[in-house]
Design a protein around this ligand. Structure first.
Ligand code: T4K
Length: 403
């Protein structure tokens, strides 16, 4: 670890970076190589590579058991899974979503010519604000897609009440929440269905992949048809469908990683606690906390930068990047400020003040099973140094623009 005692020790000022290699936010968690290679060999021997093979079936069964849901319908990625869930429920017209999420949540609607209507978040939780959801309901509204951002549950009960009162569909984008609970119950079994991403950067990955969890037999059956072109047997298409299939190798990665979940959580939790202890002592920086009474995957280290912190949020990110710490500004600038939504709703920000504010404050820091607490100490040492600067004395050169 290089000494970091003054701004002259920062890479942005010409010193060597704190890390020789880039440190990523989304470094994949990978379970036992031997177990994966064994499964890979079996797949090759069997010559059954896709189309609902035995590994996918075992994967679905194990995931459903783990989450305590009746059906896990595995998909090729979280975005297609969202699209299929939305279509299977026959949502149309307008659907309410947060803008403070990954763009896929909104695109899954827009892609099917359903209008995403952005509702504001609660700045304390970063999740949908039920009051804001109510305000966005119109006669054209057919559903709500909530998001369990950072793995922390959306206001499930409040949204359920709103959906019930207005006859709306309710589903959750649970992409961040694998292995997390709400009121002690595993996320996956709430609402009509819940959708997960198993992308490489997620807590639990299948290289690329995703799945829909539901306790509704008919819905599960419809979604299974939809992910396989609508085939109900040889030469018999009974439904319009697409290709949403998970491949065998991806399911093998999933089964392998499922066996190592406990280790992934332990590594993430150690890092989270190391970050929390260090950031507690830096005025102007706050860590988004996980409720110790729930199960969490601790996959996202989310730091909020207050206005009175001496260094602006974007400058912190530039300074960290120079140190090879590839922190991210998730989910800046909010979906409503990206195309096509920016052009379609140029005034959306007027009803999204908390989204705008939170998106401008957040920095997501690296964690994962490849990062140790010594690495966390180096990263927080840099933040500590920045916090000790006087805001009027800009003693480090302005960072070069990102991209
Ligand atoms: N809903 C929500 C709420 C989501 O967060 C997501 C995905 C979805 C829906 C859609 O699910 P999928 O269709 O993706 O299954 C990344 C992921 O690509 C995306 O899956 C994820 N959310 C999002 C939060 O993060 P980017 O644009 O930031 O990816 P990228 O390429 O910049 O990678 C992030 C970091 O991870 C980089 O520092 C590099 C590192 N990385 C990445 C990969 C792929 C690795 O170290 N190894 C890798 O293999 O979106």
């Amino acid at each position: 670890m290089k000494p970091i005692n003054s701004v002259h020790d920062l890479a942005i000022n010409g010193a060597p970076p704190a890390f020789r290699e880039p440190i990523h936010v989304g470094r994949p968690n990978i379970g036992s190589r031997d177990a994966f290679m064994q499964r890979l060999g079996d797949i090759l021997d069997r010559r059954w590579l896709s189309n609902n093979g035995p590994v996918v079936q075992e994967f679905e069964q194990r995931v459903a058991e783990f989450l305590g849901v009746k059906h896990c319908v595995a998909m090729c990625n979280g975005t297609i899974a969202l699209e299929i869930a939305i279509r299977a429920l026959d949502m149309k017209g307008e659907v309410i979503v947060p803008s403070y999420t990954f763009i896929a949540t909104a695109h899954a609607l827009q892609w099917q010519e359903i209008t995403p209507i952005f509702a504001d978040i609660d700045p304390a939780t970063h999740n949908l604000d039920p009051g804001a959801v109510r305000r966005m309901i119109t006669p054209r509204t057919t559903g709500i897609v909530g998001v369990h951002l950072w793995g922390r549950a959306a206001p499930i009960e409040e949204l359920q009440i709103i959906a019930g009162e207005h006859g709306l569909h309710l589903i959750f984008d649970a992409s961040h929440a694998f292995g997390c609970t709400h009121e002690g119950r595993m996320i996956g079994g709430f609402a009509e269905c819940e959708v997960f991403s198993f992308h490489a950067t997620k807590f639990f990955n299948t290289f690329e992949g995703g799945a829909i969890m539901t306790n509704n037999d008919a819905l599960a059956e419809k979604m299974r048809l939809m992910r396989n072109f609508g085939f109900a047997g040889f030469d018999n298409v009974i439904y319009p469908g697409t290709n949403g299939k998970l491949i065998e190798v991806a399911a093998a990665m999933g089964l392998t990683n499922l066996e190592s979940l406990r280790g992934f959580v332990e590594a993430n939790k150690l890092n989270y606690e190391a970050y929390r202890n260090a950031l507690e002592r830096i005025p102007g920086l706050r860590l988004v906390e996980y409720d110790a009474a729930e199960r969490n995957n601790y996959q996202y280290i989310v730091m909020e930068v207050d206005d009175d912190f001496p260094v602006a949020r974007d400058d912190i990110v530039k300074i960290l990047h120079a140190e090879n710490v590839l922190a991210r500004r998730y989910f800046w600038p909010g979906c409503h400020n990206m195309e096509p939504y920016r052009s379609l709703y140029p005034h959306a920000r007027l009803v999204l003040p908390h989204t705008e504010c939170v998106a401008s404050r957040v920095v997501v820091l690296p964690t994962g099973s490849t990062l140790g607490i010594d690495d966390v100490a180096s990263i927080t040492k840099i933040l500590q140094l920045l916090g000790a600067q006087k805001s009027e004395t800009r003693s480090f050169p302005r960072a070069k623009a990102l991209d």
